[in-house]
Design a protein around this ligand. Structure first.
Ligand code: UDP
Length: 362
């Protein structure tokens, strides 16, 4: 029996892990060699809305190891994870270690395993923003350089790896988030009542998420985004804004939270479970976001997106006209809202069977 240990720690990783674990469960119902997967949860995101709801709602395997490595500086967090993950790997000696995306949990898992010569599988390999001020960019580059199997969501990601001289073990497999968008999109239609709870009409509201450190931590940038949101939200088209804990913290710090709360057409919510989030993404008229995952989900559900960053890892969404790069300036954000680019389909993300393809590769 093949033994896999998967490291998760942050919200988007729970969603990706849900799809991979599901592919393993389906595989184990066949008569082929079974796969045993166990999860390490690093505790990077740990509370009800950012972690627990994903496990209960999406049927993700309960973590065998629950670490508590959140809420500290990048270095300390990554260091603590490294120590704890290494202990588990020394004891368990899995055939593969699976990591997702670009968080500190990704890097810690990849480093711990590669030093023990345990093959690292990086799901969502090869993405680059070419902005090394982003902690995520450092995590991606380093993880890719110690990985054995690099599962790329796009051809551009394959190209980035080639430019860094990484050729072996590189596969374009499509996007596991597309698997999730299809699978949980169907479930959301049946179970989510978020439209009724927030009293929204289909295509009659906009959806916003902000959580990148570059936007939240700087007063000027966060104020400029908030100013745009206040102008955008109107009585005939309200704005729904689920608040990431970091965003709430900085909105309070810069005394911006009250302005948003007081606005009659802005609906602030706690972070949402994935089913409610998918429902809103499907039904919104426009999405404004600095999230990598949400930019793509906007396309998966064919909702136009405005990205509140200076660059994106998902350049094909921009080329295809579904995504506009606005940055943080109020006037730029408002200008993008007025645009209506020509849009076409993107043939990169696979057919919703990426998790299964990765499992085949293993
Ligand atoms: N998401 C969610 N609830 C929310 C906000 C986001 O379920 O309130 C989901 C979203 O649909 C996407 C993932 O979380 O699948 C994105 O996570 P995040 O924006 O934290 O990270 P990124 O994708 O930028 O790495």
């Amino acid at each position: 029996m093949k033994k896999i240990i998967t490291v998760v720690g942050a919200r988007p990783q729970f969603i990706k892990a849900a799809m991979f674990s599901r592919a393993i469960q389906l595989h184990n119902q066949t008569d082929r060699e079974p796969v045993n997967e166990q999860l390490i949860h690093t505790g990077q995101h740990y509370d009800e809305n950012m972690s627990r709801i994903f496990f209960s709602e999406m049927g993700i395997t309960r973590p065998t190891w629950q670490l508590h490595c959140g809420q500290t500086t990048h270095g300390a967090m990554t260091g603590q994870m490294l120590i704890e993950i290494e202990k588990i790997l020394l004891d368990q000696r899995p055939d593969y270690l699976v990591v997702y995306g670009d968080t500190n949990s990704t890097l810690a898992g990849a480093l711990a395993a590669s030093k023990l010569h345990i093959p690292v599988v990086h799901i969502e390999a090869g993405l680059r923003s070419f902005n090394k001020a982003m902690p995520e960019e450092i995590n991606r580059i380093l993880t890719d350089h110690v990985s054995t199997l690099l599962c790329c969501p796009t051809h551009e990601a394959v190209q980035h790896l080639a430019e860094e001289n990484i050729h072996a073990g590189v596969y374009h497999v499509g996007d596991i988030m597309y698997d999730a968008a299809l699978f949980f999109g169907r479930q959301a239609e049946e179970t989510s009542d978020i439209m009724q709870r927030l009293q929204l009409h289909s295509k009659g509201f906009r959806l916003c998420t902000v959580h990148r450190a570059e936007n939240t931590d700087e007063d000027e940038r966060l104020s400029s985004i908030v100013a745009a949101l206040k102008q955008i939200a109107s009585s005939h088209c309200p704005l729904v804004f689920p608040l990431h804990p970091r965003t709430r913290q900085y909105l309070e710090k810069y005394q911006l939270l009250e302005e948003l709360t007081a606005h009659p057409n802005i609906r602030l919510t706690e972070p949402l479970g994935f089913l409610d989030m998918v429902m809103l993404e499907k039904q919104a008229s426009t999405i404004l976001t600095d999230s990598g995952g949400v930019q793509k989900e906007a396309y998966f559900h064919r909702t136009p997106c405005i990205t509140l960053r200076e660059e994106t890892e998902w350049t094909e969404t921009v080329t295809a006209g579904w995504n506009q790069i606005a940055g943080y300036r109020t006037d730029q954000i408002l200008a993008c809202l007025e645009n209506n680019p020509v849009r076409h389909e993107i043939d990169e993300y696979g057919q919703g069977n990426t998790a299964q393809k990765i499992l085949e590769l293993l």
